[in-house]
Ligand binder design. Structure first.
Ligand code: CP
Length: 306
């Protein structure tokens, strides 16, 4: 039995065993995706709704494709094209979706904790597709899956996460997942983009990109999230790129076979140079491909409970 809660709200709530079960299931799902006929009936008769209050390309589409490949009915709701725009509350919106017989609600919201609130008010399973600055569990799961495919195990793996840590739900979910699986995590960011209290956590904290990436097995760049920054936390994107951007020279400080990850979308020339995005170390496209397998695994496990 896959002993899960009703909902997937964050990696903070999962054990290493549960994370590994999702990664193992995703391996099977990736195999299915590589077949000529990639249709399965794991979700036949189930209804999956994506409810997105923030924009998305990768997460929303990969959940939709994952549901469709497994035979589910999938529907999409965005805040601008629904009765949310008429003032309907979050809970009323979620309940409306729930009472139509929906099995899974995939939800993205700008407020940290919004999926937790919805989960308490609906019968459907709620999957967090990113809540404010809190967590983005399926992004971290696909990142972990991508690392595991290449590096095999996490024990002692050195992972550097560089960029806008303060606003990054991807960083938070990855830190939970990586530390639970035994990896050594280093973060690098300007002091203005480091969360308060971070020094008390079980990771290495640096205010320079060079120190963070030194000897790393994996370097993960993060997007500068200008939409969440009320005031300038660095002088300009040009200066950010100069001091914190990852370029081929900075990447050579990591191990020679280091992998380069980024959750996307990338601000080319800001957090990553184009040479790095399109370089040999980059796994950005593989991350996107693996995102479908991970979301198939999550939908399967959270609807079957096996
Ligand atoms: N990485 C990620 O969440 O991308 P989207 O915003 O395109 O879904």
């Amino acid at each position: 039995m896959f002993d899960v809660h009703k909902d997937l709200l964050g990696l903070k709530d999962l054990t290493a065993e549960q994370i590994n079960k999702i990664l193992d299931t995703a391996k099977t799902m990736k195999y299915i995706l590589q077949q000529k006929n990639r249709k399965t009936e794991h979700l036949k008769g189930k209804s999956v709704v994506t409810l997105f209050y923030e924009n998305s390309t990768r997460t929303r589409l990969s959940f939709e494709l994952a549901g469709k490949y497994m035979g589910a009915f999938t529907s999409n709701i965005t805040s601008s094209g629904s009765s949310v725009a008429k003032g309907e509350t979050l809970i009323d919106t979620a309940r409306t979706i729930d009472v139509m017989g929906t099995d899974v609600i995939i939800m993205r919201h700008g407020m940290s904790g919004a999926p937790h609130l919805v989960a308490k008010n609906v019968k459907a399973s709620v999957i967090n597709a990113g809540d404010g600055m809190n967590e983005h569990p399926t992004q971290a799961l696909l990142d972990l899956f991508t690392m595991k495919e290449k590096k095999k195990n996490f024990e002692g793996l050195k992972v550097a996460i560089v960029g806008d840590i303060l606003h990054s739900r991807v960083a938070r979910s990855n830190i939970w997942g990586l530390t639970k699986l035994g990896a050594e995590v280093s973060i690098g960011a300007p002091l203005t983009l480091l969360p308060p209290e971070i020094e008390k956590s079980n990771i290495n904290v640096y205010s320079s990109v060079q120190e963070a990436v030194l000897d790393a097995d994996v370097v993960m760049g993060l997007r500068i999230q200008t939409e969440r920054q009320k005031s300038g936390l660095f002088p300009s994107t040009g200066e950010y790129a100069r001091f914190f951007g990852i370029d081929p020279k900075r990447l050579t400080l990591a191990k020679p076979d280091a992998l380069l990850l980024h959750p996307g979308p990338v601000n080319r020339g800001v957090e990553l140079s184009s040479a790095v995005v399109d370089g040999n170390s980059s796994l950005i496209d593989e991350q996107v491909t693996n995102g479908v397998a991970i979301r198939m695994a999550v939908l399967y496990l959270y609807t079957k409970g096996e």
